[in-house]
Design a protein around this ligand. Structure first.
Ligand code: KG4
Ligand code: ZN
Length: 354
């Protein structure tokens, strides 16, 4: 049985690594007391997240977001047992704002500060008690978001093995780029999925990059180029709606089949070291895609794995996962001099191992 070393009270979590300014409060057992998030919309006009705009928005929004979370939880800072913030990987401006704010609160109120790795926070979300997913170590995580695309063996707190990842674009990035080519707004994934529902997934046979190849690396740039080539056969601005829907549906099924194939390889690799393991958890915004989910579910069925997907609001960036990862690290006794931890735009999971 895990012994709770810390905290002696609730934990505040802060997330600011990309374009969501979020705070959450959990009690010492991981029950959710409060969640607040402000999704920055100023980036829409630019068709993607602009780091400088994001950093300034975090600075403006964070005090209000944290104050609202504390009010929702009915707590004062003095009541907290610890404060956790994402310190990497991510956009450095936002990380500096969130980590600096969290550290300031920790110093002012004499609380332990937990530096949380954003990828570990995604990885441990499946263990959040209120989700009821029953994710005991070890399990396999497939993280497919706008910024990340990787397969991770989650073996314990601070113990993660990256089995493979993208060698170019992340899956969400591919959705966003193709959506842009189709003249859809940003973020493109949801709009592309909506358009694809009216299209024929067999209209174009787009490449399935690395399909069947050993390992579980991903690549999407060749697929994106193939889509761009088809779109370029139409005069600029004259892509008929049905043709666009057919392209969207054909692209979407290519991504789903590619990711499912990579997941099959990841499950086999994972089983080599963990013969009795049988859980695949998916996280990241692209996990919202129903065609991808169906393909992953079928792949898991075949491989004898259980497929678990946290509700979407916990698949995408949120502060509950940061607070929860903070709790897990405290319980595991893995928090030392975290006030000295500097924000890091790059922070591979392998470097968490001690
Ligand atoms: O995890 P997330 O909210 O943010 C980070 O990237 O960290 O993921 C956002 C990504 C975007 O690229 C978005 O286009 C994609 O997830 N996405 C989707 C869908 N919903 C969101 N991609 C495909 N189908 C969707 N339904
Ligand atoms: Zn994320």
């Amino acid at each position: 049985m895990t012994q709770t070393i810390f905290p002696n009270g609730p934990i505040l979590g802060i997330e600011s690594s990309c374009d969501d300014t979020a705070a959450a409060v959990l009690d010492a057992d991981g029950r959710i007391l409060a969640e607040t998030v402000t999704r920055q919309i100023d980036h829409e006009a630019f068709g993607g997240v602009v780091p400088e705009i994001a950093a300034r928005a975090h600075l403006a929004l964070l005090p209000g977001v944290v104050t609202r979370a504390m009010a929702q939880a009915g707590l004062r800072f003095a009541d907290l047992g610890a404060i956790a913030a994402t310190t990497g990987p991510g956009l450095i401006g936002g990380l500096i704002v969130g980590a600096g704010y969290g550290k300031g609160l920790a110093i002012a109120h004499r609380k332990p500060f937990v530096a949380v790795n954003h990828l570990e926070a995604h990885a441990l979300t499946a263990r959040l008690p209120s989700l009821g997913l029953g994710a005991a170590f070890p399990y396999l995580l497939l993280l497919v978001s706008g910024g990340h695309c990787q397969c991770i063996a989650v073996e314990g707190v601070g113990q993660h093995v990256r089995l493979g990842g993208t060698i170019d674009d992340a899956a969400g990035e591919a959705f966003d780029k193709v959506a842009k080519l189709l003249g859809l707004g940003w973020p493109g994934g949801p709009a592309l999925e909506a358009l694809a529902s009216a299209g024929d997934p067999k209209a174009h046979l787009f490449p399935r990059p690395l399909f069947g190849r050993a390992g579980c690396d991903f690549s999407f740039s060749g697929l994106k180029t193939a889509v761009a080539t088809v779109i370029a056969t139409y005069p600029a601005g004259a892509l008929p709606r049905q043709a666009a829907a057919d392209i969207a549906a054909s692209f979407q099924v290519a991504v789903a089949e590619t990711v499912a194939d990579r997941a099959v390889h990841a499950m086999a690799m994972f089983r080599e070291n963990h013969p009795t393991a049988n859980l695949l958890v998916v996280a990241g915004g692209v996990a919202a895609n129903s065609v991808l989910r169906a393909a992953l579910l079928a792949a898991c069925d075949k491989a004898g794995f259980r497929f678990a997907a946290p509700p979407l609001k916990y698949c995408t960036d949120n502060a509950t996962m940061v607070a929860w990862a903070g709790l897990e690290r405290l319980r595991a006794g893995l928090v030392a001099e975290d006030l000295d931890v500097a924000p890091r735009p790059r922070w591979p999971l392998a470097e968490l191992a001690i």
